[in-house]
Design a binder for this molecule. Sequence first.
Ligand SMILES: [Fe+2]
Length: 256
Amino acid sequence: MGNIGKRAALNGRGWIKIDPADIVNPGHNAAAASQLRKLFENLPVDPYCGPKTRCRRFIEFEVDPVLKAVEPLPAKADPDTGEMFVEYFQNKQVNPDDGGLGRRFPALDLSPCNTVFLKEIIWNCYELTEWPPETRDVKKVAGFHTVSYQPGETHQAVASPNVFHQDGEPYTFGILVERLGVNGGENYIGTLDTANKRLDEIPGTDILDTFTLENAFEGFGVCDRIITHYVAPLTRKAPGEKGYRNIILLDFTPIP
Ligand SMILES: [Fe+2]
């Protein structure tokens, strides 16, 4: 399936699997990919994750569909601590675990995100989306999360929310950067009937697809109004040995 076929699938049935060639332009250099991997080093623990098995940072980009430009947006400084943060809001309806409040995530540094390599990935994902006439040429905000699932010795690493769900943004993409020493983390796609339900509450007929991202720059895209998605918990492959699944989560929303 070429990119035109994938665009049709994302906007028709509601989800696609992404191959590295769909989003990484040929000729990128290894240094750019290694710089991206470095964004996942020393991520702070997600303040909204109880057992401290999920680490993350966040930044927003502005996508201009007319100029075909992608530029990072500045974070805010906490007036008390000076730490840079970006606020992320999901309503309770789409995220029963952590929705209903603005989650303040530590910001990614601007300069390592301001690369041609990264902006091309964001633009290539954006090109798979479709918009109604009233928002087609409107600038979009691209939420860009670096999330590292790091299961502990006794605690699984789970996503937020840990149920089948919609995100509340029109499109979300997940792009694996690195996976090592973990079991689980299978991706599921479900019908809208599965929203806010656990995997064990769902009949098999409501599960539309399942796959596991194993290699760098494999990913998926979902059209939020059509289907739900879910990622299963992760555990360590070998007791006593650390493992991780590092993934970019990217969502697009029109700027009002
Ligand atoms: Fe999600």
